[in-house]
Design a protein around this ligand. Sequence first.
Ligand code: BG6
Length: 487
Amino acid sequence: MGFPKDFLWGGATAANQYEGGYLSGGKGLSTLDAITGGNKDQPRMITFKTKEGEIKEVTRSESLPEGAVGYVDPEKYYPSHVATDFYHHYKEDIALFAEMGFKCFRLSISWARICPKGTDEINEEGLKFYEAVFDECLKYGIEPVVTINHFDIPMYLADHYDGWSNRKVIDYFLFFCETIFTRYKEKVKYWMTFNEINFLRSWTQIGIHSSEAQSKYQAVHHLFVASAKAVQLGHQINPDFQIGMMVAYIPSYPMTSRPEDVLEALQFNREQEFYIDVQVKGYYPAHKIKQFEREGITIVKEPEDDAIIAAGTVDYIGFSYYMSTASTANPENVKYVGGNQMPAVKNPYLEESEWGWAVDPLGLRISLARLYDRYNVPLFIVENGFGAVDELTIDGQIIDDYRIDYFARHIAAMKDAVELDGVDLIGYTPWGCIDVVSSGTGEMKKRYGFIYVDMDDNGHGSLKRMKKKSFDWYKQVIASNGENLAK
Ligand code: BG6
């Protein structure tokens, strides 16, 4: 009983929020290098140059004028440029992960570090960097889990191709995949194609200028084709590769038992499950085709696309789980709180974090059961965690009992899903196992890690690493294979 013996305990990060070294070692610019910091009340901004040469900025969710190109303003602060500097600290950080007993470590490869323009020129120094990182992991018996693309695109592809709206980008992406699959085929077994594919919609994430639904879904179709081709290519290069998809999973409950609320919840849940359907079942679900017809959305497909999608289904579902939400047919009667990438309806039965994200451990068991019942493929929780402000005591300790409490309750829920529901769960990588920049707000103040990094919201700090109280607690959880959750 309990978690399987070879369960992959570890932690998760992403290049743009952790790595830094934004122009070091031959790396090209990525779209996220032109997005400023922010906070709960002040949105992150994209800085860009118009066709006419004017310097402007818009919020991350807004569209960019046609022909606009990303612009890094020397007067502004961009958190991705240094982040928490994994680039120069990887040996120290991986040694700390090993000390906690990590069996795996999830990181993403920066596309612009391997292919500075995103095209078919290779930066050997970039390949060497990740090779050194993987060797360092393997030295400690830590299995690397690689997200091929986490929330950005080389800026050149956004500026010159309008990102993923252009089918040519599929070829460039596959060139990138072939390069890393071939180079790392003896070092990496677990891969994921696109991080939180259901959240990819804007210039920073996929390089498209328009925010119309037509443009978004056309780009998403290209992502599906690219992912399916990458799965097939990876399996040809090494049949032992396990290649997954990655979705942000936020289960929604009907606000009441009124059928209208139940229908709202169904529609909310199947919007995110659409991305899983395509990548696991290998076809567009009927409700999505009907939605496209109703809304006049026409996906331009090549004749072979449906067969590619059908043949390139994934080996497992990787997903992030932070929170749940509720759905209602009467939005005027409910309160809204914060949420992952979008505001969420407040559930009166749940408490929220300081950033408004509902804390719902049972929702994780419900998600695991629902996903396994629906898809019957292995599941991997590749993100989960509690964003909070950590204060240092006078003697320099970080007593993050709130985080320990969050994890203890979520791990207990995972155990129930495995033991009581029979879910095939292969691993767990809590988000930001070491403090990284927040993706949503661009802050350092919102921390997730077991390891504290001395860095503030304006890029000031020594980057010194310090163990939080949760460090030893998670070490004990891993050592007991999830049995000892005592605080
Ligand atoms: C997920 C992303 O949406 O949530 C991560 O995959 C992100 O990149 C994480 O950091 C937590 O969100 P935030 O906004 O608190 O950093």
